[in-house]
Design a protein around this ligand. Structure first.
Ligand code: URA
Length: 427
């Protein structure tokens, strides 16, 4: 077997055989297939696609490149959620302790932000003392203590995906449905969860810009999950505008705590409850209703235990950026658009995200949102507050909001229908 014949086959639109797939993933993980060869193959896959058999074999080969975790010694069924990534998507933070409070165990392996979408680990690291890196024993300890754990995937889990994802990120090959589906599902299947709910984002702030592509991605991932014995369901949810009223690390932790305290923005609460109900149903748990667990303080109690078990201080004051800049409404009327991508890029440029994997992030940086689509606004009223420790970033962030036309104000009385949060469900 050699890399060139595998690349040529996909370049010429042939189906890859099981043996070719197994070999190329294994040889790439060992370093025998070079990065430039895997880049060419990834581009051929992006352009010519893979059928379900190929995607499924590719996913299995990536799982086999590393270890599989096992939570079968836990007394509760396990259930997990994975989002394909969005702007202001802090849902994992209130969701994991909420589902734990309702009677399931939530082992949540999360990632860091890259590009305009935020990462759950970066958000939680704004809590003083909180640790993302846990050994398997430590992970089990937090699960037993709090019913939920959110931590980084260890190096042993799907190492082929770690290498390939970093390569795709710098070769314009992230947006290939077979590669996204196999990347996400290899990690989730290797993680060993019994049930999985996928939050497939659709809109300007997501990888999938339209519903048809998102449906294809969701169907592919649900099929891969079920074939591997994981009870998998997908919700397709709107990412044309940011979720909630914050995008940025500490800002999003603050908003998540508001949700756990029984308040918070309506869209964040609605999506958290919808995903919680799906996670519990997929795990076959019919204990406490999630809405009750938000109101009676039990979700907050699980959050506090989870944060403390990972070294964090749930009562600590969260970092605040040193400088603020207010963006005002350009006209009086109805706010009909607040573009998720533009706000995500602005938050990223303010220091909330990173350009390269090794870059640090600013805990306090980001964007606070004062009006959402459907709200009436008056010319000159505050619409957004930009936060950063490094004020020379304001101009660059403002450019993102301008160039991408972040804000649309229409004359009052214009017919406006808000996009629903949940657009479709695939099971
Ligand atoms: N998230 C992943 O883990 N992999 C992808 O390819 C895209 C999003």
């Amino acid at each position: 077997m050699d890399a060139i014949s595998v690349i040529r086959a996909k370049r010429d639109r042939a189906e890859l055989t099981d043996a070719q797939i197994d070999w190329v993933i294994d040889a790439y993980t060992r370093g025998e297939v070079a990065d430039e060869q895997m880049s060419a193959l990834a581009m051929a896959i992006l352009l010519n696609g893979m059928n379900l058999r190929e995607i499924s074999r590719w996913t299995e080969a990536m799982i086999r490149s590393g270890v599989r975790m096992d939570f079968s010694s836990l007394p509760l069924p396990t259930t997990d959620k994975h989002s394909t990534g969005g702007v202001g998507d802090k849902i994992t933070l209130p969701l994991a302790p909420l589902v734990a409070a309702c009677g399931a165990a939530v082992p949540q392996l999360s990632g860091r932000g890259l590009g305009h979408t935020g990462g759950t680990l970066d958000k939680l690291e704004s809590i003083p003392g909180w640790q993302a890196l846990l050994s398997n024993d430590e992970m089990m300890h937090v699960l037993r203590e709090a019913g939920a754990v959110i931590c980084a995937a260890g190096d042993g889990l799907a190492p082929a995906d770690k290498k390939l994802y970093a390569l795709r990120d710098v070769t314009g090959t992230v947006e290939a449905i077979p590669l996204i589906a196999s990347s996400i599902m290899s990690k989730k299947i290797a993680e060993g969860t019994g049930a999985l709910v996928l939050d497939v984002k659709v809109g300007s702030g997501a990888f999938m810009k339209n519903l048809a592509d998102a449906q294809e991605l969701a169907r592919t991932m649900v099929g891969l999950g079920k074939a591997a014995g994981v009870n998998t369901v997908a919700l397709l949810t709107d990412m044309s505008t940011p979720l909630g009223l914050t995008a940025g690390n500490a800002l999003e932790v603050r908003e998540s705590v508001e949700v756990l305290a029984g308040g918070g923005p309506a869209d964040v609460v609605e999506l958290t409850l919808a995903l919680a109900r799906e996670m519990l149903a997929a795990a076959g748990v019919s204990g406490k209703d999630p809405e009750t667990a938000l109101k009676d303080g039990s979700a907050m109690d699980h959050w506090r235990r989870m944060i403390a078990a990972q070294g964090g201080d749930p009562d600590a004051t969260l970092p605040v950026a040193r400088e603020q800049h207010v963006v005002t409404a350009p006209a009086t009327g109805l706010l009909t658009g607040l573009d998720a991508y533009a706000v995500g890029v602005a938050a990223w440029r303010l220091g909330a995200g990173r350009a390269r994997k090794e870059d640090p992030v600013q805990a306090g940086a980001g964007v606070e949102i004062h009006a959402k689509p459907g709200d009436k606004v008056t010319a000159g009223q505050p619409l957004l507050t930009l936060h950063t420790d490094t004020p020379d970033r304001f101009a660059y962030a403002l450019e993102a909001l301008d160039v991408d036309g972040a804000v649309t104000v229409a004359p009052e009385g214009k017919d406006f229908r808000p996009t629903p949060i949940v657009l479709d469900r695939i099971a």
